[in-house]
Design a protein around this ligand. Structure first.
Ligand code: NAD
Length: 335
């Protein structure tokens, strides 16, 4: 039995988390959830944005499944997501995007995995505002070691999973120092894996290539901000934010969460698609070595996605979050 920290999060978080835990219970997955929370609601109840109980649970279990957490725009507290990623050095944000039978998209044959650096860059939290001059500076801190770790992780993943190519998306033509540091780190990492093709693309060209011919990409590695934007773009290529998974991975802790946010526009209405969080939970099962359970649930999910009548509104179906989850549970019998 694996003890897992479960963070339901805000907005649609509790609805999609319930769908996932229901499916796991029906599949008799050997996990035991330890529920904790963070963010504004938690602060209102307990006076703590990130309760010590959550940190202790993470430090004990080392694996978590997390729903999205709302971050106020322009004011208020610092992102809980960024704080946890930095505190535990979860330097890899791994986000696979793959076309799926049954999910209608403009493209076919996409199967790429994005490695986003998760602790540095413009998300370092180093910002100053000089009110007198009306100047705000946000520092794009890139370190040699941080770049080395994320680039090496991308190549090691490609090697382990039989992938053929790693593409670095950067802006070293303008960001002469920070961009070049990452580019050099990636070149160095590529020397260790000569059987994997390495290419680099300037980020603006990368965006055009991704919408023009996305099937050419295999593993993509990039900085924090570029990765944040590119992963939503990639989600759009394969069916939207409702279907793409993610994982924040460090050397001794991993927090699995969907790419999407708390979706306040549909929260509490039973409209959210739990596929993204479910797929994140399946990544978690692979991480735990529970491949058989992951494969069984994935088959049931894929069978469900092929039946439009069982899908949620974002995929053109009429089903609610819980109806979709029940359909996956029904398909577990045949998977
Ligand atoms: P969002 O990802 O929450 O929503 C963007 C759009 O996608 C919305 O129209 C939403 O309804 C739709 N969508 C998202 N997930 C969906 C799902 N599972 N099923 C169906 N439709 C879905 O982005 P946003 O509105 O820019 O951000 C809302 C809040 O989430 C912000 O406070 C932001 O900071 C936070 N956020 C948190 C995380 C995280 O916790 N990891 C990630 C991104 C954004």
């Amino acid at each position: 039995m694996h003890l897992i920290t479960l963070i339901p999060g805000d907005g649609i978080g509790p609805e999609i988390t319930k769908a996932v835990t229901d499916i796991f219970a029906a599949a008799k997955v050997p996990v035991q959830w330890e529920e904790q929370n963070a963010g504004q609601t938690t602060f209102d109840q307990s006076g703590e944005l990130i309760p010590q109980a959550l940190l202790s649970s993470l430090e004990k279990n080392r694996v978590a499944l997390k729903g999205p957490i709302t971050t106020p725009v322009g004011k208020g507290f610092r992102s809980i997501n960024v704080t946890l990623r930095q505190k535990y050095d979860l330097y890899q944000n791994v986000r696979p995007s793959k076309t799926t039978d049954g999910i209608k998209t403009r493209y076919e044959g996409i199967d790429l995995v994005l490695f986003r650096e998760n602790t540095e860059g413009l998300y370092s939290g180093l910002e100053v505002y000089d009110e007198r001059l009306g100047i705000a500076d946000s520092f794009n801190r890139i370190t040699k070691e941080g770049s080395r770790k994320i680039c090496r992780a991308a190549f090691a993943y490609a090697d382990k999973h039989g992938r053929k190519k790693v593409t670095l998306a950067h802006k070293a033509n303008i960001l002469k120092m920070a961009g070049t540091l990452m580019l050099n780190a990636c070149k160095e990492a590529s020397n260790e894996f000569p059987h994997i093709v390495f290419e680099d693309k300037i980020i603006d060209n990368m965006c055009m290539q991704l919408v023009n011919k996305p099937e050419q990409f295999d593993v993509v590695v990039t900085t924090n901000l570029f990765g944040d934007i590119l992963s939503d773009l990639c989600a759009g290529l394969v069916g939207g934010l409702g279907v793409v998974a993610g994982a924040n991975i460090g050397d001794d802790m991993a927090i699995f969460e969907a790419v999407h946010g708390s979706a306040p526009d549909i929260a509490g209405q039973g409209k959210a698609n739990p596929t993204a969080l479910l797929r994140s939970a399946l990544m978690m099962l692979h991480h735990l070595g529970e491949h058989t359970y992951a494969d069984q649930i994935e088959k049931a999910l894929e069978a469900t996605l092929k039946d439009k009548n069982k899908c949620t509104g974002d995929l053109g179906g009429p089903a609610s979050t819980s109806e979709f989850a029940q359909a996956i549970i029904a398909n577990l019998q045949v998977a």
